[in-house]
Ligand binder design. Structure first.
Ligand SMILES: [Zn+2]
Length: 74
């Protein structure tokens, strides 16, 4: 069985050399990119889910309420 020398960090996805015994510290920007990559499907669906919500009774009420607030703030 082939065992790779490199393993991805579970938190940030960075390729880590397992033969080097050094602590790994995840880079904050890499952590964010990795999280965003993991959420890509949810992010892609967000607009459709939001529009779907706006067609529900609660969503229509929220739209009505928001429009009312805008009208009153003028
Ligand atoms: Zn990491």
């Amino acid at each position: 069985m082939f065992v790779s020398r490199y393993m991805p960090c579970e938190r940030c996805g960075e390729s880590l050399d397992r033969s080097i015994d050094a602590p790994h510290e995840c880079a904050p920007d890499r952590l964010v990119e990795f999280e965003m990559f993991g959420l890509r499907e949810e992010i892609a669906e967000l607009d459709a889910r939001y529009r779907s919500y706006l067609r529900t009774p609660h969503g229509r009420f929220e739209c009505w309420l928001a429009a009312r607030h805008v009208r009153r703030s003028r």
